[in-house]
Design a protein around this ligand. Sequence first.
Ligand code: ZN
Ligand code: FE
Ligand code: FE
Ligand code: ZN
Length: 267
Amino acid sequence: MLPISDYHMHTPLCGHASGEPAEYADAALKSGLQEIGFSDHAPLFSHKDPGIAMDLSQLPGYHRTIEDIREKFSARLTVRIGIEADYMPGYEKETRAMLAAYPYDYVIGSVHFIAQWGFDDPIQLMEWDKKDVNTIYREHFKLIRQSALSGLFDILGHVDLVKKFDFHPTEDMSEEIEENARTFKKAGVVVEINSSGLHKPAGEIYPSQAHLKAYRKQGVLITFGSDAHKPQQVGRDFDKARDWALAAGYDNYVMFAKRKIVKTVKL
Ligand code: ZN
Ligand code: FE
Ligand code: FE
Ligand code: ZN
């Protein structure tokens, strides 16, 4: 069976997604999904950028909009309210307070920054030339582990986003990957299978098979997300995402409500 839930999609509030939330829900119905969750980019505390994330003042409107969609589609589609929040060391307190201010069905924790560098931002691509690729990978994985242990997040988003531009380490990263897997298990976080990587220079689902197999061995659970920034991307490549999970040994995934796992679904 194809995954019936897509937990990663955006809204125009983040400044770089298009289409109304109702159009995402319509697209979900057309592609046969039974459940979706919105997870737009949460306000950043390190710096302001209207092209990257919503502002704190937009959070109430975000919730009102999704509640509204939830009601409108309730007979045909389960709509969850999530959010994709950045992990920024030093801003844990602010992040915790922000996440506590509204009810969520789940919170996706993502690492898009190493210090202030947006390493997955095409505009900041030249920074890659100035740093050692192995160091970047190690720094990224360390931040991912810190994000897991922070207790702020239920699901970790695109945990090998660092491969986005198809730059790959020249050193063996298997120890890092094993340590990630052990840390995720210990922290009790779920990992997302994110199909959007197929449409990036890397051309591969996040995370890679090496990662997923290590997580599977540790008993780390998974969800599925398209990371749609347009309605027509909802549920995109979920056939490939399912096969990716199966290839790593997974035969089920989980669903959330009120920040708890409420269901395990067979693949
Ligand atoms: Zn985005
Ligand atoms: Fe992201
Ligand atoms: Fe996203
Ligand atoms: Zn994302």
